[in-house]
Design a protein around this ligand. Structure first.
Ligand SMILES: NC(=O)c1ccc[n+]([C@@H]2O[C@H](COP(=O)([O-])OP(=O)(O)OC[C@H]3O[C@@H](n4cnc5c(N)ncnc54)[C@H](O)[C@@H]3O)[C@@H](O)[C@H]2O)c1
Ligand SMILES: [Zn+2]
Length: 387
């Protein structure tokens, strides 16, 4: 990995390409700065006619919409815009239905292309619309949050929420390309950037201890709010590394029969926290995952499967970034039994047993039959940790 001096020249970067190998559904992820401004170059190979159907939301449009609009005009590509409300509530059946009708009403054809322009909410919803309309329309992901750049835009999971839980209606449907312009993150609120960073660290903790060490050394640049040339190169490098890791896992296990489940590190604990908070913005997904990864490490320490020093390294790292590391920092009264109850509703429960992803830094594996008294005490201690 590189380490060059910062010269504040943010305009030029080489484009990193990450292949996702899935037979005839293989595609490429492009990572770089300024890709949005020359989007025509990167989407034209997929257009049968010079027009696109863009699904986005109001906040993304406000901050980044003009760049995409101008780039499409420059490339003489006609754009049909579908701009929804920002926020998780948009991933609903009602919004899906109205988007589907609007796309059909605008005359979308099977050979057209949908651009999913936004964070994970838009990627999941637009991807699901693409998978189901006219029995499948091609789509391209243009993710604009750190979380969506390193996680949700890659791998083909699409879907919407239901009153019974998140992401319960959906499809595996791969995009034709993922175009990651890291400069879109320049307008992302810091809290969202930090939340997305939890998913970056996750790749190190799963099976890549060297990447975690690299992050310890380079996180200041990767997370710097004002990006110069050096920091933007390091940010590209970190994001590309995550995409490669996810691409490798997805290529080996597209439909989550085994290895892909490791991507849920910190998520069994994290989803319980999110569910208990009622998805009301008290806690963001990535924040819950960060706390969940610390709880998973603590469980591993108590089971003799992780080193206490390593747990403390990860806590120190998250604190340096300004992230939460315990349930005590969540602004909501919590109790261990209620959190445990949520875990039994997890998709990874099999025959009533919760599957926990545990292990030391870089050595995660799925464990079943974990003593629930240990989990309960880890949750209790996290809720009552000194702040
Ligand atoms: N499909 C998958 O594999 C997968 C994986 C992980 C998460 N997800 C899903 O992703 C969703 C969360 O994604 P997210 O964190 O990107 O949420 P999001 O799409 O709601 O974006 C987070 C916030 O950032 C704003 N935003 C987005 N881009 C911006 C930009 N460039 N500048 C300024 N503001 C910007 C949005 O308006 C929103 O307020 C959840 O629904 C989750 O279920 C899916
Ligand atoms: Zn996640």
């Amino acid at each position: 990995m590189t380490d060059t001096k910062d010269d504040n020249d943010n305009n030029h970067s080489t484009i990193q390409t990450v292949p996702v190998a899935l037979g005839d559904r293989s595609y490429e992820i492009l990572v770089g700065t300024g890709l949005l401004d020359v989007i025509g170059e990167h989407i034209t190979p997929f257009l049968k006619q010079p027009r696109v159907f863009i699904v986005t939301e109001k906040t993304v449009f406000q901050h980044q919409g003009n760049r995409l609009k101008t780039a499409l005009e420059n490339a003489n590509i006609t754009a049909h815009w579908f701009t929804l409300e920002a926020g998780e509530a948009t991933k609903s059946f009602d919004q899906y239905h109205s988007l589907a009708c609007d796309l059909l009403g605008a005359g979308i054809e099977r050979s057209d292309i949908i651009l999913a322009f936004g964070g994970g909410v838009i990627g999941d919803l637009a991807g699901f619309a693409a998978s189901s309309l006219l029995r499948g329309i091609n789509f391209i992901q243009i993710p604009t949050t750190l979380l969506s750049q390193v996680d949700s835009s890659v791998g083909g999971k699409t879907g919407i929420n239901t009153p019974f839980g998140k992401n319960l209606i959906g499809a595996f449907y791969q995009p034709k390309r993922v175009i990651i312009d890291t400069t879109t993150l320049n307008t992302l609120p810091l809290r969202e950037l930090q939340a997305g960073y939890a998913e970056v660290v996750k790749y190190g903790l799963i099976d890549d201890p060297d990447f975690f060490t690299w992050l310890e050394e380079n996180c200041d640049a990767v997370m710097a709010e004002k990006q110069g040339h050096n920091s933007s190169q390091l940010r590209i490098e970190a994001i590309t590394h995550c995409c490669r890791a996810k691409a490798r896992i997805v290529a080996a296990d597209e439909r989550e029969k085994g290895q892909r489940a490791l991507l849920n590190l910190g998520h069994t604990f994290g989803h319980a926290l999110e569910a208990e908070c009622g998805y009301d913005g008290t806690i963001l997904h990535g924040e819950a995952v960060a706390i969940g990864m610390i709880q998973a490490l603590e469980t591993s320490v108590r089971l003799g499967a992780a080193n206490m020093k390593n747990r403390d390294r990860v806590i120190k790292h998250f604190k340096k970034i300004g992230m939460k590391t315990s349930a005590a920092e969540v602004d909501k009264p919590l109790n261990a039994d209620a959190l445990l109850q949520h875990m039994f509703k997890d998709k990874k429960v099999e025959a009533g047993e919760i599957g926990f992803i545990l292990g030391d830094i870089g050595a995660a594996s799925m464990q079943r039959g974990v003593n629930l008294d240990i989990i309960r005490s880890v949750l209790h201690d996290s809720i009552h940790a000194p702040r």
